[in-house]
Design a protein. Structure first.
Length: 296
């Protein structure tokens, strides 16, 4: 397995733990997002400065990195709210609609256009995701605040993925992470204050969960995913992250008792098939056609 794919796999595992920690509801959603970023910055910045890996590129690139921080902070904040107001499974899967938005935005703005297999895999993966959530939600248009925030999280992440892909072409991962975390921390502190969410008074378990979010779900996960993003297509990384929804669903069932039906299992299998198709370089149906012609 190539290093970038291994990094992506470990990053996905770390992210999958996050919805379970948020669902415990030991801290409010937005302030939880703030401490995830702030603790990560406190832990990362000294290392980056001491090792002299903090290298400032052009001002335009710096501004884009800061913009990534604001967008990612918004993503985590609305995702936290979606998790706490619904289920870890539903929120995780809805935010993973991001490949659809990534593909559309890449088609409009990037030279590296999505390949045919990306669209085939995405359609299959999204169908699997709909099975996981349940057809009735879409049939009845039962879109409450948690549902809307789950989808909005995916939109925010799509913008983050595409912008960060461009930024990382001219900035190392640790510098990008530092600048992004600075922007996220300041931005989320302001939002938390405006919403009158408490900055202290949590239980020991609450502080421990906040620290785990920072170390595992932010620092380790996103250093690895940013590394993978540098060396892989943004569309491919985003679709691979759909696997996080499957793992998060399993962990939610295992640790907090969220129900998993047979339909959800089938949907998960279909989703994973869609992800796998995006990794093929040659057209899937083209290969099948060629093989059929050879047989004839």
């Amino acid at each position: 397995m190539k290093k970038e794919r291994l990094a992506l796999l470990i990053g996905i595992i770390c992210i999958s733990i996050f919805p379970i920690l948020v669902k415990l509801k030991l801290t409010p959603g937005v302030i939880s997002a703030f401490y995830r970023m702030a603790f990560s910055l406190v832990l990362l910045l000294p290392y980056v400065l001491i090792t002299r890996q903090f290298k400032i590129p052009k001002i335009k690139t710096v501004l884009l990195a800061l913009l990534c921080g604001v967008i990612f902070g918004s993503d985590v904040a609305v995702w936290n709210i979606a998790i706490q107001e619904s289920t870890a499974t539903q929120a995780s899967l809805l935010t993973n609609l991001s490949p659809v938005w990534v593909g559309i935005l890449a088609l409009c703005f990037l030279k590296d256009k999505p390949k045919v297999n990306f669209w085939i895999g995405t359609v299959i993966a999204v169908f699997g995701m709909v099975m996981l959530v349940g057809f009735t939600v879409f049939q009845n248009l039962d879109f409450d605040l948690a549902f809307s925030f789950g989808v909005l999280s995916g939109v925010f992440y799509a913008f983050y993925m595409l912008i960060s892909k461009e930024v990382l072409k001219s900035m190392n991962v640790l510098t990008f992470m530092s600048l992004s975390l600075m922007a996220s921390s300041v931005y989320l502190a302001g939002v938390s204050y405006a919403l009158d969410e408490p900055f202290y008074g949590f239980s020991n378990a609450g502080w421990l969960v906040l620290l785990l979010q920072a170390v595992l779900c932010q620092l380790l996960a996103w250093i690895l995913i940013s590394y993978a993003t540098q060396h892989m297509r943004a569309t491919r990384v985003s679709v691979s992250l759909l696997g996080q929804g499957i793992l998060a669903s399993f962990l939610a069932w295992l640790f907090i008792g969220e129900a998993i039906s047979f339909q959800m299992v089938i949907g998960g299998v279909i989703l994973l098939m869609g992800i796998r198709i995006t990794f093929y370089d040659k057209p899937v149906f083209g290969n099948l056609f060629v093989k059929k012609q050879e047989v004839l």
